[in-house]
Structure formats: structure tokens, C-alpha cells
Write a protein that binds this ligand. Structure first.
Ligand SMILES: [Zn+2]
Length: 313
């Protein structure tokens, strides 16, 4: 498998990944699929500068990138859609659930939160550390122009592309983009490599099902939402993480611990050395919701506060 350097890497016949090491908070991957003289972009990036830089590099390397007819946003997190205004001439596709979530997380909200961060104590310091490298000012939210539920097959020149809605898991409307003829799948944030995943929506059992769907595909290269390009071994590793997590979390829930207390107690050997270990508290909270039958996740400020506490910043 290719190395892990910033930029464009060919992962299949006329299929490229755009990688942003180190894959931590906000450093997402994107993708480009060429078919004939047109192309499909998988995700935009967290801000306009990063997205413009990526589009320029794609156009310089791939003639078909001059005509990006279609953009797919794999889900509603800003690091996969805040650059949409730079491809606003394209048809922009997302699952209906992801499109609905995008209306609730405009870039302006994050810009305001970052502006307020210096007054938010440890949580603000944590936000500054993880998101300080990005610029959320002046972003115009451009929402999907086409939505779907379940599955959507697209013709792209000489190949076909399948959009499969496998959420809720990471978020409410996660989609993976499969290019069957070229044996590549873009997993969006249903796959993290080298860092902890984060279960904003869940349940964990549904994320495991999504990973099983990917394991059943006839694919060679798998592009995660964050981290280096992988194959099915990377999918199996994350699957094992979730199985271990749920098993380990249950007795801590039965003890009556809070997610933060439980996350401090919990050690997953396979995740030793993975980045963003603070996400464990959010993932434990998702397990606890399943155990208790609770529906709603805690609000973002509480979750970031718990992560700041776990990270010790
Ligand atoms: Zn992401």
C-alpha cells in the first residue's frame, strides 16, 4: 500500500485519494474518480484554503478534474463538506439524513464557538488545540442538491459508482462510495486508521454491521475518512476495537460509572498508540446509551468538555 504523505495518490485505475496526514481532528481525506472526461469528488475539506489547494492539485494532475460534475458528501461533519461552495456548480449528493444534519451544523456556528473558545476554560483550550489550524470565518454553507435513502447508483463515463448509506454509526447519515469496477471504496468516517473512531450517533452494533458490509465487498483499496489508505485488514481492526469496547464498557456501566469515569478506567490494548484517545469517552457514552435505552446523545459542549478532561488539557 502507498505511503502516507500529503497529497494525491492513485489507489485504483483513475481513482485517487487526497490525503492529509496526520489524520487527526479535521485532517480528513477526500477522493477523485474519473470517468471519461468528467469526474466525481468524494468530500470537500474543513475550510476554503484547504479545499482550494486540493482542487488545484487535482486539476493539475488529472484532466477530468477540470469538470467535477458530481460531489458526494459522505456525511455532515464539516471536515467533509465545509468546502462545498468551491464546487457549487456540481450536483452535490448526500443521504437525506446527512443533508438534514448539515442544516444543524453550519460553519458559522463553529466559527462562533472558536471565537468564544478563549473564555471557555479547559474546553476552549482543547478546541483551540484541535481546530486552531482551520479557518471557519466567511464560509458559505452549500447544501446537497440531491439526496437519497439507502442506495444510489451513478453512471460516471465508462464506470459506475455506488453510494451506500450504512449509517447511522459515526453520524446519522453515513455513506460509503464504492467503485466496483476498480475495486476501491471510500469509507468516509466509517473508517479511521491510526486514530480512535468517534461514535457521534451509533449504535456501535450498527457501525459493526457497516464494517461487515465493507468486508463483504470485492475491493482492494479502502480509503478511510482519516489516516492512510488501507485494505480489509484495517476494517477488521476497527471491527475488533468496537467488539472489545462494548464488552469492556458493559461492566463499567453496571457499576454505575459516568462515561468519563469509565473511559479513565478502560484500556484497549489494540488502540495503544492510536491518536485522539480522548474520543474514548464519547464512544463509551454511546455504549452506555445502548445499554440504558437512552436515545439522545449529550450536547456537543458536554462531549467536548468530557474529551478535554480526558485529554488533560
Ligand atoms: Zn472526518
Amino acid at each position: 500500500m502507498a505511503g502516507y504523505e500529503k497529497g494525491l495518490v492513485e489507489v485504483g485505475d483513475r481513482v485517487w485519494a487526497w490525503l492529509q496526514p496526520d489524520g487527526g481532528w479535521g485532517w480528513s481525506n477526500a477522493g477523485l474518480i474519473a470517468g471519461g472526461d468528467t469526474s466525481l469528488l468524494v468530500d470537500t475539506l474543513f475550510d476554503l484554503r484547504l479545499t482550494a489547494e486540493m482542487l488545484a492539485a487535482m486539476r493539475a494532475a488529472v484532466p477530468a478534474a477540470a469538470r467535477i460534475a458530481t460531489v458526494v458528501n459522505t456525511h455532515a461533519n464539516g471536515d467533509h463538506c465545509y468546502g462545498n461552495e468551491l464546487v457549487s456548480g456540481a450536483e452535490i449528493i448526500a443521504s437525506a439524513r446527512a443533508a438534514e444534519e448539515m442544516t444543524r451544523t453550519p460553519a458559522a456556528t463553529l466559527a462562533q464557538l472558536m471565537a468564544a473558545a478563549p473564555g471557555l476554560g479547559p474546553t476552549g483550550a482543547f478546541l483551540g488545540r484541535i481546530f486552531g489550524a482551520f479557518d471557519f470565518e466567511g464560509i458559505t454553507d452549500v447544501l446537497p442538491t440531491r439526496t437519497f435513502d439507502g442506495r444510489l447508483d451513478l453512471a460516471l463515463g465508462d464506470t459506475s459508482v455506488s453510494l451506500l448509506e450504512l449509517g447511522p454509526a459515526h453520524t446519522g447519515g453515513d455513506v460509503v462510495v464504492e467503485v466496483p469496477g476498480r475495486r476501491v471504496v471510500f469509507a468516509g468516517d466509517l473508517l479511521f486508521i491510526g486514530g480512535h473512531p468517534i461514535v457521534w450517533a451509533g449504535p456501535v452494533s450498527h457501525w459493526v454491521e457497516a464494517l461487515d458490509r465493507m468486508l463483504a465487498m470485492d475491493v482492494e483499496a479502502i480509503v478511510p475518512g482519516h489516516g492512510p489508505v488501507t485494505d480489509k485488514a484495517g476494517v477488521r481492526e476497527l471491527r475488533a476495537y468496537f467488539v472489545e469496547l462494548e464488552l469492556a464498557a458493559r461492566p463499567l456501566w453496571e457499576e454505575g460509572l459516568s462515561p468519563l469515569e469509565a473511559a479513565r478506567r478502560l484500556h484497549l490494548d489494540r488502540a495503544a498508540g492510536w491518536g485522539e484517545a480522548e474520543r474514548l469517552v464519547v464512544n463509551v457514552a454511546a455504549c452506555f446509551r445502548t445499554f440504558s435505552g437512552a436515545k439522545e446523545a449529550a450536547d456537543m459542549v458536554t462531549l467536548f468538555g468530557d474529551m478535554a478532561a480526558l485529554a488533560g488539557t
